[in-house]
Design a protein around this ligand. Structure first.
Ligand SMILES: *[C@@H]1O[C@H](CO)[C@@H](O)[C@H](O)[C@H]1NC(C)=O
Ligand SMILES: *[C@@H]1O[C@H](CO)[C@@H](O)[C@H](O)[C@H]1NC(C)=O
Length: 368
């Protein structure tokens, strides 16, 4: 190919991306001209809980220790449920009952345990039935027991996924429970590249994730849920558990330090003991995350994670009064921060959590 022929498509790409780039250009220029960000003065904290939700929108579980991958915590949102015909994803937003689908891990970590939690006053006959599937299915298992589909829809993207075959029994169990024909899907090999604030042009690298809405990891602080619960209780409502916000990493936070996470820009997790270490668990470098955006919330936190009962107003109404803190999310309250890890390694409860850099420039960009 002659050089000119190579340049034409390139030029076209540059020109085509101008309308998209313009709004960000100003912010980025300001960013570049600014003096280096000062080190954060926030005090180090500690990881108090790790949570994974293997099937998107279904009930997850706590874990003491796991692996952080570039795509998120091991097992987290590797699976999701889709409509059996259209292959469009299902979420707890439309189907609160999904939170009654339980996931767990066998003692040896080899199997994911799936079941449906019975209703309070008796059950519908499938209570107690448990199906096991490999937690890390290998190629040959997937070839035998699933069918790769390339038309899996999640938000406005289409990606691929391994659809579980009827013989596994899992689609039947969930379809009966949800009164509609559904199928379980395991993320396929094609990377689902981050969009919105995680877009390669903003993040500075190409990173992907499995089936969370947009970004690999959600970090939340106990100090903030405590503050929110204080408000709920003084208004005569019940307090809620942090599980309702479906975070992955929960930190304690300083006393009186509610909502300091709003300004996190770079954070790091390290083993608490150490000056030395095995390097993998962050004796030295630790695990660093770019905090890409605040997490705008819908009404999912109004759903009780155990019973699937949805509260008519809370915590939504309370949060709308004081947690609309992001210019890019005018009509949504924020809780928790979305991060993209810069590296991989072991992560466990008790590790030290440090804020390296802060910013006052977070602004949510729609990623779906
Ligand atoms: C799935 O595939 C494996 C082969 O890798 C096979 O042993 C197994 O019986 C298959 N079926 C189920 C229900 O797991
Ligand atoms: C399915 O139908 C049953 C019986 O009509 C009902 O009790 C249950 O709530 C329905 N489940 C869902 C998820 O809509």
């Amino acid at each position: 190919m002659t050089p000119i022929l190579t340049i034409i498509p390139l030029l076209f790409l540059v020109v085509a991306s101008i309308p998209w780039l313009l709004p960000h250009l100003r912010t980025n220029l300001r960013h570049l001209l600014r003096k280096p960000t000062p080190q954060s003065s926030q005090k180090p904290s500690r990881i108090t809980s790790l949570r994974v939700y293997p099937i998107k929108s279904c009930r997850g579980f706590e874990i003491q220790k796991t692996k952080l991958h570039m795509t998120g915590l091991d097992l987290d949102r590797r699976w999701m449920l889709v409509d059996a015909e259209s292959h469009v994803f299902l979420t707890i937003r439309q189907i609160p009952e999904m939170t009654r689908i339980r996931t767990g891990l066998s003692d040896d970590g080899e199997y994911l345990l799936l079941s449906v939690s019975p209703t309070k006053g008796g059950n519908k006959g499938d209570g107690g039935k448990e199906i096991r599937i490999p937690s890390h299915p290998d190629k040959s298992w997937l070839e035998k027991n699933t069918t790769l589909a390339t038309d899996i829809e999640i938000w406005d993207t289409v990606t691929d996924g391994y659809v579980y075959n009827p013989e596994i029994g899992i689609n039947q169990l969930f379809s009966t429970f949800l009164n509609r024909s559904v199928a379980l899907v395991y993320k396929g090999p094609t990377p689902r590249v981050l969009k919105g604030n995680g877009d390669p042009r903003l993040l500075g690298r190409v990173q992907d994730t499995n089936f969370p809405d947009v970004h690999p990891v959600l970090i939340a602080s106990e100090a903030s849920i405590d503050e929110l619960n204080g408000r709920l209780k003084s208004a005569g409502h019940e307090g809620i558990s942090i599980e309702r916000f479906r975070p992955n990493i929960i930190i304690k936070g300083e006393e009186g330090g509610a909502w300091v996470e709003d300004s996190w820009k770079t954070v790091r997790i390290r083993s608490s003991s150490s000056s030395s270490g095995d390097g993998k668990e962050g004796g030295g470098e630790g695990l660093t995350f770019d905090i890409v955006a605040r997490c705008g919330r819908c009404q999912v936190p109004n759903v009780h994670p155990e019973t699937a009962e949805k509260h008519r107003t809370q915590p939504w109404d309370t949060m709308m009064k004081y947690r609309r803190v992001d210019e890019g999310l005018k009509y949504k309250p924020c809780f928790g921060m979305l991060g993209a890890p810069r590296g991989e390694g072991d992560i466990r409860v008790g590790m030290r959590f440090e804020v390296l850099e802060e910013t006052d420039r977070h602004r949510y960009i729609r990623g779906f």
